[in-house]
Write a protein that binds this ligand. Structure first.
Ligand SMILES: *Cc1c(COP(=O)(O)O)cnc(C)c1O
Length: 379
């Protein structure tokens, strides 16, 4: 089945009791048993719920994976993956990560004796220099947030296979519509469902997809034991959002290109990060592993200090100044004080998260209104 058909049908069947075409919201914590242990496959909703199960099967299908697990947030999903490890283990990861990932690695799991190496993965062979007998997992994000670096998933998978490391790809920025890391050799795909997959900024959710049955069982054990699982109402909302993922992504890509091209030559823009430009340093890799280039764009404002950057970012009428991304509405974000505020200034500035950087999530409004709003705010 093709992507749009899977988005609408995968994991979903008319309800066996009523024929309801849409998956019902099974708003229940527990399930009747005929005799102790004799149940219909559902016991308690922390571990299993039919609405969530339909969503998980749909998510797995979208990433060409066998198994899917939904979590109560993207961070809940990340937390479960790192709990596969033990004290003394080491992780290799990128140096330009979502701020919350950097925070959970350095402020939570480093304290449990897990070591993280934050590397510039634009040349994947650097991984070889850091692999030792304690290395267990490689965690990558591509395109990166917010400077839109693109990491070569296939090249990294060749290295992780050779050393028998688990490769996890945070695929939030691309969405499964633009990129499928399982097809390129990843062991686990992670998503913040909150963003493009949910698509309407009305829920917080995460997901993991994988093919290996043993890995699925170990992750399901953590999911059930630790309990960061979403409720049925949010699972229903995510399923509803997914039905238009392919339509929304086409519109995000089209508007993203128009906004990127408009900003590229704008006198107030010193630098622009968008992997669709042929002069983007990783454009060829992006072209190879992504179907299109998406609606996430970051810009560095010319000659703007923090005050002026704040003034410009508060000047929009259609774009909303807010954290998050991937919804139908366009958002502006100031990474240095918002999404990446938990990263120390010297660390973030090294990877380009400067005070005059703005990140734009281009929504699916009419492009004329978006360009007009940008033009006004920048002048
Ligand atoms: C938002 C985000 C996360 C965290 O997901 P939540 O749903 O907010 O917990 C992780 N990675 C990336 C790239 C994100 O954008």
């Amino acid at each position: 089945m093709k992507f749009g058909t899977k988005a609408i049908h995968a994991g979903q069947h008319p309800d066996p009791t009523t024929g309801a075409v849409m998956t019902p919201i099974y708003q229940t914590s527990t399930y009747a048993q005929a005799a102790p242990g004799d149940n219909k496959g559902y016991e308690y909703s922390r571990g299993t719920n039919p609405t969530r199960k339909a969503l998980e099967d749909c998510l797995a299908a979208l990433e060409n994976a066998k198994y899917g697990l939904a979590f109560s947030s993207g961070m809940g999903a990340t937390d479960a993956v790192i709990k596969l490890l033990s004290p003394g283990d080491e992780v290799i990861t990128g140096n330009d990560l979502y701020g919350g990932s950097y925070r959970i690695f350095t402020k939570i799991f480093a304290g449990y004796g897990i070591t993280f190496h934050f590397l510039d993965l634009s040349d994947p062979t650097i991984i070889e220099e850091y692999v030792n007998k304690n290395t267990k997992l490689v965690w990558i994000e591509t395109p990166t947030n917010p400077t839109m670096q693109v990491v070569d998933i296939e090249a990294i998978a060749a290295i992780t296979k050779k050393h028998e490391l688990t490769l996890v790809v945070d695929n939030t920025f691309a969405s499964p519509y633009l990129q499928n890391p399982m097809d390129l050799g990843a062991d686990i795909v992670m998503h913040s469902v909150t963003k493009y997959i949910g698509g309407h900024s009305d829920l917080v959710m995460g997901a993991l997809m994988m093919n290996d049955e043993d890995l699925y069982k170990r992750l399901w054990f953590i999911y059930n034991a630790c309990g960061a699982t979403p409720g049925p109402m949010d699972s229903f909302l995510a399923l509803r959002g997914i039905k238009t993922l392919h339509l929304r992504m086409k519109a995000h890509c089209e508007n993203g290109r128009a906004v990127a091209e408009f900003l590229k030559t704008h006198p107030k823009v010193e630098k622009i990060y968008w992997p669709g430009f042929t002069d983007h340093p990783n454009h060829e890799v992006a072209k190879k592993q992504m179907r299109d280039f998406g609606g996430m764009i970051s810009i560095v404002l010319k000659d703007a200090d923090l005050d002026e950057t704040f003034r410009i970012s508060s000047n929009f009428k259609v774009f909303t100044l807010a954290e998050s991304l991937g919804g139908v509405e366009s958002l502006i974000n100031h990474p240095a004080t918002m999404t990446h505020g938990s990263i120390p200034k010297e660390v973030r500035e090294k990877v380009g998260v400067v005070d005059n950087l703005l990140r734009i999530s281009v929504g699916v409004e009419d492009i004329e209104d978006l360009l007009e709003d940008l033009k006004n705010a920048l002048s």
